[in-house]
Design a binder for this molecule. Structure first.
Ligand SMILES: C[S@@+](CC[C@H](N)C(=O)[O-])C[C@H]1O[C@@H](n2cnc3c(N)ncnc32)[C@H](O)[C@@H]1O
Length: 469
């Protein structure tokens, strides 16, 4: 490995959506591939990160997984003024100027964040670097080297400054796996339902779960199987359970406008086939997450899931208040009755299942709905065998959001473990969602209301209400 003083600096240029998922995603991939690195700058909101790594191979490896980042650039210069940026570029070391040789056809890309500029202005900006002794000819279609120039005009679309806050210049190394997201778009997916998860978020979940080639992955609330698609994309062998037979086998009413009947094979298996991922499909079957059916000595590499929040319909599990034995002759045709499955119990069962069924160091990644004004990270579900690694928020509406929690199994339970700790917040979410006057601090949400409106105008990842079963 290169000595630390030989490491290079890289700019991660990020997409302007799912902002709070960026750092956890990148950190998860760095840890998964054990990529040596030192952070230089890791702003939470700005669309870039600066990192130092030993080699270009590390940069490419990182990009093979990330979907919140657009591309990675070998950073040659950065500044808060153009003059200072130019000064640095005029005195570049030989390791960079060697790219300027005659044989290298080149292209320059100008990317301006939070300001629209004309093509002429772009060309002027490119020409402002004419002092660089680049000897090769320009070639926009098939360049050997692509230079990137970025200007960052802040995050506030309502107050764009005269000059950028930051300037960056460097050599493009790789685009990210974000280019694969479009392939999984729900608009063109063979089988979807009203619970299908956005493909980008599904891939972020797979990255947080560190799903790798050959891993065995389960979703205990599998629904239409969107999370399995992302897990299979990254090489996981996938399976899942759901209590709803109609959903899991694609027999529910079509959710697409103008579609009257489901097509043959319009189900989870069909999706994996259309994406050429069928070799990764283990199975899905009807099962109740409150009573896992898996062999007790079996261990999964990861669990990724989006449990039902009980907003559109109540959640349920197999059970009954009456305890009446079923006569033997009726057992084979008996449909068990169902009972309420409160959110608190859902998370208690999920964490206990993870503690018992994950491999050591395996990860559980799940969504949990939150009343924003009452949110307290100390009141998230806990388990002595699981350590919280990441926690990112996606805002749903004025008073609620959902948080994506990543946990890692840190020890084996002594015996079948049932020690999850669930706080009142999880038990009361559904009630408060529908009775907002009971939310602590209700009526004081004007500030967040303003921010929300501003952000949603910028298309900044404010989610619609969760599509629950
Ligand atoms: C939010 S949806 C999951 C959506 C899924 N990620 C998808 O892409 O379609 C929650 C799912 O949990 C299922 N569910 C509800 N109660 C359950 C239970 N006790 N056991 C297993 N699944 C259950 C619902 O039928 C629903 O499909």
């Amino acid at each position: 490995m290169a000595a630390r003083n030989m490491w290079k600096s890289y700019l991660l240029w990020c997409a302007n959506e799912h902002v709070s998922f960026r750092i956890p995603e990148v950190e998860s991939v760095l840890a998964m591939y054990k990529i040596p690195h030192t952070w230089i700058e890791k702003p939470e909101e700005n669309p870039w990160m600066l990192i130092s790594m030993p080699s270009e191979d590390c940069a490419v490896k990182l990009m093979k997984r990330c979907v919140t980042v657009r591309s990675i650039i070998e950073l040659w210069a950065q500044s808060t003024t153009k003059e200072h940026l130019d000064d640095q570029l005029k005195t570049l070391p030989a390791e960079f100027t060697s790219y300027f040789k005659k044989e290298n056809k080149f292209k320059v890309v100008v990317d301006i964040f939070n300001k629209v500029i004309s093509q002429e202005e772009k060309i002027q900006k490119i020409e402002s670097f004419s002092y660089l002794p680049i000897l090769g000819s320009a070639n926009l279609k098939n360049p050997d080297v692509t230079y990137y120039y970025y200007e960052f005009f802040g995050l506030d679309a309502g107050r764009i400054p005269e000059n950028p806050f930051n300037y960056f210049f460097g050599r493009w190394i790789s685009d990210s796996e974000r280019t694969a997201v479009a392939k999984y778009s729900l608009k063109t997916r063979h089988f979807i339902g009203n619970t299908s998860m956005d493909p980008q978020l599904s891939m972020i979940m797979a990255n947080l779960a560190q799903i790798d080639n050959g891993h065995i992955v389960v979703d205990p609330f599998v629904g239409t199987g969107s999370l399995l698609v992302a897990a299979a994309h990254f090489g996981g062998y996938v399976c899942g359970t759901d209590i709803d037979y109609l959903t899991i086998h694609g027999r529910m009413k079509p959710t697409r406008a103008h579609q009257k009947k489901r097509q043959p094979n319009e189900d989870i298996k069909g999706n994996l086939k259309t994406y050429n991922l069928f070799s990764r499909y283990l199975d899905v079957f009807v099962g109740d997450a409150s009573t896992p059916v898996w062999r007790s000595n079996f261990r999964f590499d990861s669990i990724i899931t989006d449990p039902p929040y009980g907003i559109r319909e109540s959640t349920y599990k197999v059970g009954s208040k009456k305890i009446a034995p079923i006569p033997d002759e009726m057992l084979s045709t008996h449909f068990p009755s169902k009972t309420q499955y409160g959110l608190g119990d859902i998370y208690k069962d999920l964490l206990n299942f993870a503690a018992n069924s994950l491999k050591l160091h395996g990860r559980l990644v799940f969504w949990i709905p939150i009343i924003r004004m009452e949110y307290d990270p100390d009141l998230l579900p806990e388990h002595p065998c699981l350590e919280t690694i990441a926690n990112s928020e996606q805002i749903l509406n004025l008073h609620s959001s959902r948080r994506l929690i990543t946990m890692q199994k840190i020890m084996e339970p002594k015996e079948a473990e049932d020690s999850a700790i669930i706080h009142n917040l999880q038990y009361t979410f559904r009630h408060k969602f529908f009775n907002t006057s009971e939310i602590k601090g209700h009526g004081k949400e004007d500030e967040s209301a303003r921010n929300l409106t501003k952000r949603s105008k910028r298309g900044n990842g404010i989610a619609k209400l969760p599509c629950d079963k």
